[in-house]
Design a protein around this ligand. Structure first.
Ligand SMILES: [Zn+2]
Length: 91
């Protein structure tokens, strides 16, 4: 009889542990989703969305290449694609 009680208690303990771990996992998933949402919002606010469609493009005055305006290297009114182009235009 004592042995049966022992197994019942063991089963109950396992079931409780399993239930708690499941609840914990669900919480983790919710946290992960929340984090992902925040990260996407952050990307958007910095203008780094995954689809940079319609982004303003400018032409480098040194090499003539077109590139996103936010990557521009500026010197006065002049626009360059990189510091190397800016330095080349200076000399
Ligand atoms: Zn350039």
């Amino acid at each position: 009889m004592g042995r049966i009680l022992f197994f019942v208690a063991l089963f109950a303990a396992i079931w409780i542990a399993w239930t708690f771990s499941r609840k914990r996992n669900r919480l983790d998933n919710e946290e992960r989703r929340e984090l992902e949402r925040l990260r996407a919002k952050d990307r958007e606010s910095r203008g780094l969305s995954r689809t940079p469609a319609g982004e303003a493009m400018v032409k480098c005055e040194a090499c003539g290449v077109y590139f996103p305006k936010r990557e521009a290297v500026l010197r006065g009114e002049h626009v360059y694609c990189s510091r190397r182009c800016r330095d080349r235009a200076e000399s």
